[in-house]
Ligand binder design. Structure first.
Ligand SMILES: NC(=O)c1ccc[n+]([C@@H]2O[C@H](COP(=O)([O-])OP(=O)(O)OC[C@H]3O[C@@H](n4cnc5c(N)ncnc54)[C@H](OP(=O)(O)O)[C@@H]3O)[C@@H](O)[C@H]2O)c1
Length: 325
């Protein structure tokens, strides 16, 4: 089969496109004919070795796929050949990756494509939306009626967080570039604050007069001084990006308000947590209520170029690699 793979960690150009043997499914696995795979920031971290996780070599890059079931082992009997499916947790923790014509997926990590959902939209939205779901609910413990501030609200993670939080009955204050205010409102934000519009603290205080229940930073800004200042009692700040940031934490105000700061990485999510996120994604993609702002498709053989473009910055939305072009 054709695959985009590396034989050693390295820059985007370490990715080769060529033939690898078909993968061998085990009894609880499903063999999937892959239609398309997403290109995520984390895929570049795994490929370069910046984030160390056990992977086999040669290693097929990528973690998210959409495709069709070819065969299912005896312990994976809820799937049948021909089922349309997706997965968002290959390519780390010992598992081979997704960017190939065929992939083996453990049944507990495979989800049916919702009826009516666009497969390319699902694979494009999966990583950001699952991250947003985990950040808001299991980690952020968001409740209906709370105010949630989403930093980076026009991005893949942030945009999905706006949709999911608004659907959960929270009041969403989006922080994004001024040009993205309208987009954030269409996603469900009650208020859109211009990240570059002057006094951010003042604008957020006006937008959240009763304090912030959940502060979700999907842009890696990690201004904990501002977050703690604006949080309500028992407020939570959830951090998931900005690996190199070293913000100051005002500890007194934090504990005097019973606040907390919590970080997480989706790569550590268990299969039950991932399945909870997948169910939410399936509900919303069936209604066409969840998508990334733009999907650009490229042939699988251009995986190296796609990694290079993502690393160089400026990709808005998601690059998706197709196996059929
Ligand atoms: N921890 C995890 O499990 C996990 C999972 C998924 C992703 N991530 C990380 O989360 C981050 C976001 O990923 P993504 O796919 O959503 O990226 P993305 O689509 O590029 O979104 C980032 C957004 O943040 C905006 N932004 C940049 N600086 C800002 C600021 N000062 N204030 C407000 N918004 C700002 C960007 O706007 P412009 O485009 O206008 O600059 C963009 O809309 C990445 O660092 C990624 O590696 C972590």
């Amino acid at each position: 089969m054709h695959a985009a793979y590396i034989e050693q960690f390295g820059p985007p150009e370490a990715i080769r496109y060529g033939e690898l043997p078909d993968p061998e499914p085990g009894p609880t696995d499903v063999l999937v004919a892959v239609d398309a795979v997403a290109v995520n920031n984390v895929d570049t971290f795994v490929r370069s070795g910046a984030w160390r996780t056990p992977v086999p070599l040669p290693f097929v890059v990528g973690r998210d796929l959409v495709g069709t079931v070819l065969s299912a082992g005896p312990g994976a009997h809820r799937f049948r050949p021909g089922d349309r499916v997706w997965c968002n947790s290959l390519g780390h923790d010992g598992r081979q990756g997704a960017a190939a014509e065929r992939a083996v997926v453990p049944a507990e990590r495979l989800y049916p494509l919702a009826p009516g959902a666009d497969p390319l939209e699902v694979v494009a939205v999966a990583h950001g939306a699952a991250t947003a779901h985990l950040g808001l609910f299991p980690h952020g413990r968001l409740r209906a009626g709370e105010t949630v501030v989403v930093i980076g609200a026009a991005g893949n993670v942030g945009g999905a967080a706006v949709v999911l939080a608004a659907r959960a009955g929270a009041r969403v204050v989006a922080v994004a570039a001024g040009r993205d205010a309208g987009y954030c409102r269409t996603l469900g934000a009650a208020e859109a604050v211009d990240r570059d519009g002057g006094d951010l603290a003042e604008a957020l205080r006006a937008a959240a007069p009763d304090g912030v229940g959940l502060w979700l930073d999907a842009a890696g800004v990690n201004d904990l001084g501002l977050a703690v200042d604006l949080m309500a009692r028992r407020g939570r700040a959830v951090l998931l990006a900005g690996m190199r940031t070293r913000p100051e934490l005002p500890v007194g105000p934090l504990y005097l308000k019973d606040c907390s700061v919590h970080g997480f990485a989706i790569s550590h999510a268990g299969t039950a947590e991932l399945a909870g996120a997948a169910a939410a994604i399936n509900r919303l993609t069936a209604e066409k209520a969840l998508s990334v702002r733009a999907v650009e498709t490229l042939p699988l053989r251009e995986a190296a170029a796609a990694h290079r473009r993502l690393e160089d910055g400026g990709v808005r939305g998601k690059l998706v690699l197709r196996t059929d072009t």
